[in-house]
Design a protein around this ligand. Structure first.
Ligand code: A3P
Length: 306
């Protein structure tokens, strides 16, 4: 079994300057040649932007609000991560994204339709080319909350390097030296592509502020039509409180040697910046300055008011 010590010794690898987990890089050519099916829906996020949340929302929509159907498997099996590909050996979800996806009948994917939802954290420019014709759901979350969330995630996830102190992590994060690279490049890259391809670009903050409105957008994008009462139910069932208690979404089934929830929960706070302030005044000012420079010329705007 993997021990936490072994996990923390994990050395990341790089593809085109982007740090990735070794398992992803070792299977890079296999991932790049993955043939997406025309009906696939791809959920794409920067890590900690609300991936699990949008996954549960999409599955609830796909299952017409049927809670029991959404209990059929853990979320990582219902929507496999393509990048968690690994041939042989131990893998932290027990089943492998690529293998799950390439089998003709993935065990926990949506059973009643041909549509398969896959999840990726790819920077836009690292995408396998067969993906470009698909529908993408991109969720962006503001940089500061992603950074705080990622910091705590690296503390508890033994498949990722130890984040060090918050001060150290601040440098690591702004320099993009984290798995899946720079938040700035990721969000900017996808934002710039959003009108060129079939991308529904959502914001974590908007889903938090008005979940029903955003869930309705996702439903329309998926070509579904659900009653208001079903939408209300989906809002309720995908709340932070519900998902934190739900073993199919809260990662409590993952072994402690991989995710140690006693260090920090996977479903930690689900809040917006300002409610939990890790940044010193100086860090905040420096971050804002870096943000301005790195995001110069892009029209993206994160609305932080609830
Ligand atoms: P925090 O660490 O800030 O609490 P991902 O799924 O991309 O790894 O993102 C995890 C982050 O999304 C965590 O943020 C988690 O709490 C938050 N999250 C998950 N489900 C949520 C929900 N239903 N509502 C709000 N936030 C949610």
């Amino acid at each position: 079994a993997l021990t936490s010590e072994l996990g923390k010794q994990i050395k990341l690898k790089e593809v085109e300057g982007t740090l990735l987990q070794p398992a992803t890089v070792d299977n890079w050519s296999q991932i790049q040649s993955f043939e997406a099916k025309p009906d696939d829906l791809l959920i794409c996020t920067y890590p900690k932007a609300g991936t699990t949340w949008i996954q549960e929302i999409v599955d609830m929509i796909e299952q017409n609000g049927d809670v029991e159907k959404c209990q059929r498997a853990i979320i990582q099996h219902r929507h496999p991560f393509i990048e968690w590909a690994r041939r042989g050996g131990v893998h932290h979800v027990g089943q492998v994204g690529l293998e799950l996806l390439s089998s003709s009948n993935p065990p926990a994917s949506t059973s009643q339709s041909a549509k398969i939802t896959d999840v990726i954290h790819f920077l836009y420019h690292l995408l396998p080319t067969s993906f470009l014709t698909l529908k993408f759901l991109y969720v962006a979350r503001n940089a500061k909350d992603c950074m705080v969330s990622y910091y705590h995630f690296q503390r508890m996830n033994h498949m990722l390097p130890d984040p060090g102190t918050w001060e150290e992590y601040f440098e690591t994060f702004i320099n993009g030296k984290v798995v899946w690279g720079s938040w700035f490049d990721h969000v900017k890259g996808w934002w710039e592509m959003k009108d060129r391809y079939q991308i529904l670009f959502l914001f974590y903050e908007d889903i938090k502020r008005d979940p029903k409105h955003e869930i309705r957008k996702v439903m329309q994008f998926m070509g579904k039509n659900l009653d208001e009462t079903v939408l209300d139910k989906i809002v309720q069932e995908t709340s932070f409180e519900k998902m934190k208690e739900n073993p199919m979404t809260n990662r409590s089934t993952v072994s402690k040697s991989i995710m140690d929830h006693s260090i920090s929960s996977f479903m930690r706070k689900g809040e917006l910046w300002g409610l939990e302030n890790h940044f010193t005044v100086a860090q905040n000012e420096r971050f804002d300055e870096i943000y301005r420079k790195k995001m110069e010329g892009t029209s993206i705007n994160f609305c932080m008011e609830l």
